[in-house]
Design a protein around this ligand. Sequence first.
Ligand SMILES: NC(=O)C1=CN([C@@H]2O[C@H](COP(=O)(O)OP(=O)(O)OC[C@H]3O[C@@H](n4cnc5c(N)ncnc54)[C@H](O)[C@@H]3O)[C@@H](O)[C@H]2O)[C@@H](O)CC1
Ligand SMILES: Nc1ncnc2c1ncn2[C@@H]1O[C@H](COP(=O)(O)OP(=O)(O)O)[C@@H](O)[C@H]1O
Ligand SMILES: [K+]
Length: 502
Amino acid sequence: MQIVTAKEMYEIDRLTIEKGGVDGKLLMENAGRSIVNHMLPIIDRTKSILVLVGGGNNGGDGFVIARTLLTDGYDVLVVQLVPDYKIKGEAAYHKQLWLNFGGIVHVFQDTSMIRRYLLDADIVVDAMLGIGISGEVRQPLKDVIGLVNQVEALTISVDIPSGLPADEGESHFEAVVADYTFIVEHPKMSLFLESCSPFYGKWEVVKIGLFHSNLSSGSRIAWRERDVKRTLPKRSRNSHKGTHGRGLVIGGSSTMPGSIAMTLKAALRSGAGLITGGTINEVFSSIASHCVEATYLPLLGKAGAMTTQPVDVSMYNAIAIGMGMGRNEETAAFTRQLVKDVTKPILIDADGLHHIKDDLASISQRKQPTILTPHPGEMAMLTGISVREILLHPFEVSKQFAYEHNVYLVLKGPHTIITDPNGNQLVNTTGNQGLAKGGSGDVLSGVLLAMIMQEQSMIEALANGCFIHGKSADLLISSHRSTEDLLATDVIDGLASVFRTL
Ligand SMILES: NC(=O)C1=CN([C@@H]2O[C@H](COP(=O)(O)OP(=O)(O)OC[C@H]3O[C@@H](n4cnc5c(N)ncnc54)[C@H](O)[C@@H]3O)[C@@H](O)[C@H]2O)[C@@H](O)CC1
Ligand SMILES: Nc1ncnc2c1ncn2[C@@H]1O[C@H](COP(=O)(O)OP(=O)(O)O)[C@@H](O)[C@H]1O
Ligand SMILES: [K+]
C-alpha cells in the first residue's frame, strides 16, 4: 500500500485521467460510492446524517455520498460551507445531480446555524477540506471544525480529517478529530506522523480505480500482513539449524544483564538457527538460566562492562550489538573497533548507537549492511536534530540519514519507518502503546537479527521483523493482556501466535 504526499496523489489522479482516460466525474462518483459502502456497517437508517461540504473536490465527494445515501433511504442534510460560485468543475456536476435527485443545499449563514444542525445530527460526514488545503484554515471553516469537535455525533471524515495536512512538516493546524476516516486510494503521509495520526480515528483505505504508477520520488509503502505473508521465508521440511543462521548478540553489563537475555530469546523464538550471547563473565550466570537454548561467548570485562578485545566473529552470519552494554569509554572503543572490523551484517542498537555516534564516516564505508535501530531520542543524538524536528519530518530525516551514511535505518515509534540506503521506505502497521516500555527495543533487536539471517531482501526482513514484533503485542492486548501490564517478555512469548498465522 503506497503512502503518498498530496503532490504525488495529484500526480496519480492526473495520470488516471490523462493516460487512463477515466473522467474525473467518474472518479468522484467512485470515491463517494466506495466510501458509502464502507460506511454502511457503522450507520443505520434511524440516524440523521449531516454532510458538511467544502469548496473543492473533497466537497464533491460529499455530494456523491449525500446522493448515494438519499437514494438508499437515509435521512441526509447537506450544508455547503462556501458560496455557490465556489463550487466548480466535477464538484458542481455532482452538486447538480444531488439537486436533480431532490436534495436540498443549505448554504452556510452563520455558526449558530451550524451549531443547530450539528446538535440534531447523529452522524457528521466531514467533506470540508481534503488534500488541497493550503495555509491555516480560514473562516468560517475554522469555527465549524471547532464545533464539529465539540458535539457528540459520530464523525466520519472523507479522505483526510479536514484541516489536517497530508504531508509531513506542518506543526500548526486545527483539524477535525474523526471517529472514522475513509482514505481515498492511498494513505497520505500524515497518517503515520505522531502529531497527526490520532486525528484519523479508525481508518480504512477505499479503492476508487486510480492508475497504478511508480512514483519518481521513490517507494514509501505501508507494510501489512499480506506483505509479510508474501515475503517471509518458509522453513523447509529439510532444513537444519545451520540453514537459519548463526547469530551473535553482544551486550549486557553488570547493571543491565536482562536486555541481552531478551534479545537472545527473541531471536531464537523468531526462527534463528543458532544464537550466541557475547557478554562479560559476571553476567553469564544470571542470563544463562533465562535462555538455556543459547550458547555463550565470554568477553573480558572491567568495572562491570566490556573492555577492548579481539573477537572472532568468522562463524557468525550476523551480529547485533549494543543492548545493555552501558556507556563506558572502553566499551565504546570496543564497539567502534568491532563495527569497523566485522565483515558481516551488523545491527546496532541502544548504547551501541551512542558508541558509534562520532564514527559514522567509517560506518558509511562498510561493505556489508549496517542496521541502526534508534528511537527518536537516539536519532536526535545521532543527528543533532531535535526530537521535535525528527517527529515533524521522520520520512525526510530518515531518508537523508540512511543515504548519507549508507545504512539501513529503523526509526522506532508508533509507526516505525524502515529506510534502506537508497531511500526506499517501508512503514510498520502493527504495535500499540503497550510497547512503550523498557525492553521492547531489546526484543525487537532479537527478532530483527533472526530475520536478517534468513533469505529475504534486507529492507523486507527488517519490515517483517517490526511487523511481527508489533503484531505479537497487538494479539496479546486483544486477548489476555492490557496496554498497561504488557511486558517485553510477554511479547517474546506472544511470537508463537504470530508465526502460527503467517
Ligand atoms: N479526481 C478527483 O476528482 C478526485 C478527487 N478526490 C477528492 O478531492 C480532494 C482534493 O480536492 P481539491 O484539490 O479540490 O482540494 P480540497 O477539496 O481539499 O479543497 C480545496 C478547496 O479548499 C479551499 N481551501 C484551501 N485551503 C484552505 C484553507 N486553509 N482554509 C479554507 N479553505 C481552504 C480552496 O479554496 C478550495 O476551494 C481529495 O482530498 C479527495 O477527497 C478524490 O475523490 C479522488 C478523485
Ligand atoms: N506507542 C507505541 N505504539 C506502537 N509501538 C511502540 C509504541 N511505543 C514504542 N513502540 C515500539 O516499541 C519498541 C521500543 O523500542 P525502544 O524505544 O528501543 O525501547 P527500549 O529501549 O525500552 O527497549 C519499538 O519497536 C517501538 O516501535
Ligand atoms: K475531509
